[in-house]
Design a protein around this ligand. Structure first.
Ligand SMILES: [Zn+2]
Ligand SMILES: [Zn+2]
Length: 402
């Protein structure tokens, strides 16, 4: 099965599309699912695909793949590497690349559905197959739900997804019980001062100094105010002030990424960032800063512990004990979280994607790429073989024929 899907995968890899622009990708997936006999609704909520396969009475499983790629110029040197281009936010040309492996997820889902459609005696119930746009900007799941995913189609009893991992060897499936991936939020802070001549600082209020102190002070929200047993991150990824050496600017702009695993911690960080920003400005006699939390945030992905407890033994039987590994939670984020938030028991598994000996070699050279790297590529045949086996095992286990 994995081998026959390689041309399908390579075509997706060569033709990546950015978030909310997955027109070609969703069309190809919709057509392929139709061919397997599913009732396909496409396009749904922009560039989404929802396909239903009813196979007698029984429970309903949602199987989800994401569809989008990233603004990264591919450096893998693969014969089917992407040469597609786009223009980035700041006006420069950049490539488009499936650097997060969503092309693997699409192919894996298609392969699993094909097997399940061919072997209808092995399970009973309903599959709701979802091709979800815009995972990379954390919008796709919310868009699908707002468009009535759980009202216009059978509401699932379970939601399942796989995500490739670059630190797990191909052939393995990793699982986390409970909080698995962090909530991700972007916060921007405009630190306000009073501009003036660099040689006459006492007649200005210098926002560069206020913002610099703020960057350090923000870290005390992690090192001093957080319960040491909690996990969270604040990183200031962008710091912009001023135009010239002898001008004190009027304001500075900070862009932060904020990661957390619980609602309480997430709210504590929002409150703390605002408090620290205001305190630094007050201490300098500066105007109140503007603190904005972006609507692009994503809540934490929590794997249902009882569903994981049910699925791990099934996977151990289906794939062999050594293929299934407990895995640490990740500070990366996923909008798969929103299906679980609707009260559907949900589980996202990590799918090993780099062949063991290649991984060892890359690690030795200090060159093991993470996801979102221009050098990342999966050893796709082995990855798919494991992913398809795992996904069909899960469906057959949760929707038994008797
Ligand atoms: Zn990603
Ligand atoms: Zn991803």
């Amino acid at each position: 099965m994995a081998k026959e899907l390689l041309p399908f995968y390579q075509d997706l890899h060569e033709n990546p599309e950015l978030s909310l622009h997955e027109e070609r990708t969703s069309r190809i997936l919709a057509k392929a699912l139709e061919k397997e006999g599913l009732v396909v609704t496409y396009p749904f909520a922009g560039t989404g695909v929802v396909a239903v396969l009813k196979n007698g009475p029984g429970k309903t499983i949602l199987l989800r793949t994401d569809l989008d790629a990233l603004p990264i110029t591919e450096q893998t040197g693969l014969p089917f590497a992407s040469v597609k281009k786009t223009v980035s936010k700041n006006g420069t040309e950049v490539g488009i690349m499936h650097a997060c492996g969503h092309d693997v997820h699409i192919t894996n889902l298609l392969g699993s559905v094909r097997l399940l459609a061919q072997n209808r005696n092995k399970w009973k119930g309903t599959l709701v197959v979802v091709g979800q746009p815009a995972e990379e900007i954390g919008q796709g799941a919310e868009n699908l739900l707002a468009a009535g995913l759980f009202k216009k189609f059978p509401k699932p009893d379970y939601a399942i997804a796989f995500h490739v991992h670059s630190l797990l060897p191909a052939g393995k499936v990793g699982y986390v019980s409970g909080p698995a991936m962090a909530a991700a939020d972007s916060v921007s802070i405009t630190v306000k001062g009073k501009g003036g001549h660099g040689a006459i600082p006492h007649e200005s209020i210098d926002p560069v100094v206020i913002a610099s102190k703020l960057v350090l002070d923000l870290q005390t929200l992690i090192s001093r105010e957080r319960d040491p047993l909690e996990s969270s991150v604040i990183s200031v990824g962008s710091f912009h002030c001023g135009t010239k050496n002898n001008i004190i600017p009027d304001s500075c702009q900070l862009e932060l990424t904020v990661r957390s695993f619980t609602k309480t911690e997430r709210n504590r960080l929002f409150e703390g960032i605002k408090r620290k920003a205001e305190a630094q400005s007050t201490s300098a006699g500066a105007p109140k800063p503007l603190v904005e939390i972006s609507s692009e945030g994503t809540i934490a992905t929590v794997n249902d512990p009882s569903l994981i407890a049910q699925l791990v033994p099934l996977l151990q039987i289906g794939l062999g004990k050594e293929a299934i590994e407990p895995f640490p939670p990740s500070m990366a984020s996923e909008d798969f979280s929103y299906y679980g938030e609707q009260g559907v028991p949900a589980a996202m598994f990590f799918l090993g994607s780099i062949q063991d000996t290649r991984m060892k070699k890359l690690r030795k050279n200090g060159k093991l790429p993470s996801l979102h790297s221009p050098y990342y590529y999966p050893d796709v045949e082995q990855t798919l073989a494991t992913g398809i086996k795992a996904m069909t095992t899960i469906v057959e286990g949760l929707l038994p024929p008797h």
